[in-house]
Design a protein around this ligand. Structure first.
Ligand code: Z5A
Length: 239
C-alpha cells in the first residue's frame, strides 16, 4: 500500500471507483464464536516474531483506548438495546479509530499487524446476522476504512460446536455471555453463511481453515497458509 492511499484514508476515504488496497503485512482472523482465534493469533505471532519482524496484535471492536470504550458500549450496553444500524455504526466508529490510531501507524513503520476480527465481521454479523444492506456496509468500508487485509483466515466451525467451546471456557473463567453471544443459533448460522460467502467471493484473500480440528492442527494449518502467503508476496515483490 502506498503513502497516498494511507493519506486518502486519513482524509476520510477513497474515491468511489478506487479498488480497496490490500496490505501485505496486515492479517485478520475471522470466524464465529469459539472458533479458536486466540490460539491461532498466538501461533501466527510466534511465526512472525521468528522472522525478526515487529508484530502488533490487536482486536475488534477495540484496539485503541477509545475503540475499547466503544467495545464496552457494544457488548455491555445496559438496558437499552442498540438498533442494528446503531450497532453497525458503532462498529465502524471503533474501526475508524483503530485504523488511524493503531493499524496504519504500525504498517507505516514496517510492522506486521494481526487483527482478531476486522471488516469481514461487519459483513457477517451486521449484514448476514442482522440483515443490513451489504452495499451500505461497503460504502462505510470505502469511506471510513479504505483498506483490506492482505490475508484473512476464516476459522470455520459449526455453531453448536462453537457454543460448546465457549460454554466450557465461560464455566472455567466464571464469565457470562455478552450481548451478541446471547443471540439465537439461527443468527449464528446466518453469520457463518455470510463468512463463507465472503470466502467464496475473495478466495485469494479469505482462506478457510477447518476449526473443528484439535487446536494444534488448526494453528499448524494457519501458520502454513501464512508462510505460503509470505512466500508469494516476496516473489511478487521480486518480479
Ligand atoms: N462483532 C460484530 O458483530 N461486528 C464486527 O464488525 C466486529 C465484531 C468486529 C466480539 O466479541 C463480538 O463482536 C463478536 C462479533 C462481534 N461476537 N460474537 N459472538 P469477542 O471478541 O469477545 O468474541 P469472539 O471474537 O467471538 O471471541 P470468542 O468467542 O472468544 O472466540 P475465539 O476467540 O475464536 O475463541 P477462543 O477464545 O480462542 O476459544 C474459545 C474456547 O475454545 C477456549 O476455551 C479455547 O481453549 C477452546 N478452543 C479453541 N480452539 C479449540 C480447538 N481447536 N479444539 C477445542 N477447543 C478449542
Amino acid at each position: 500500500m502506498t503513502g497516498p492511499v494511507a493519506a486518502d484514508i486519513a482524509a476520510g476515504g477513497l474515491a468511489a471507483d478506487a479498488p480497496l488496497p490490500r496490505h501485505p503485512r496486515f492479517v485478520s482472523l475471522e470466524g464465529g464464536e469459539g472458533a479458536g482465534k486466540t490460539t491461532v493469533l498466538n501461533a501466527l505471532r510466534e511465526a512472525l516474531l521468528h522472522t525478526g519482524a515487529e508484530v502488533v496484535s490487536t482486536r475488534e471492536p477495540g484496539g485503541t483506548p477509545l475503540a475499547e470504550q466503544i467495545r464496552e458500549l457494544l457488548l455491555h450496553p445496559g438496558d437499552e438495546k442498540p438498533s442494528a444500524e446503531t450497532e453497525l455504526l458503532l462498529m465502524f466508529a471503533a474501526r475508524a479509530q483503530h485504523v488511524r490510531g493503531t493499524i496504519l501507524p504500525a504498517l507505516e513503520r514496517g510492522a506486521w499487524v494481526i487483527s482478531d476480527r476486522f471488516t469481514d465481521s461487519s459483513y457477517a454479523y451486521q449484514g448476514g446476522g442482522r440483515g443490513l444492506d451489504p452495499a451500505f456496509i461497503a460504502e462505510l468500508e470505502r469511506r471510513v476504512v479504505g483498506l483490506r487485509p492482505g490475508l484473512t483466515l476464516l476459522l470455520d466451525l459449526g455453531v453448536a460446536q462453537g457454543r460448546e467451546r465457549t460454554r466450557g471456557r465461560d464455566l472455567v473463567f466464571g464469565q457470562t455471555p455478552d450481548r451478541i453471544e446471547r443471540e439465537r443459533d439461527d443468527f449464528f448460522e446466518q453469520v457463518r453463511r455470510a463468512f463463507l460467502a465472503r470466502a467464496r467471493a475473495e478466495p485469494e484473500r479469505v482462506r478457510v481453515v477447518d476449526a473443528s480440528q484439535p487446536a494444534q492442527a488448526v494453528a499448524d494449518d494457519a501458520v502454513a497458509i501464512l508462510r505460503l502467503f509470505m512466500a508469494r508476496s516476496a516473489a511478487e515483490q521480486a518480479s
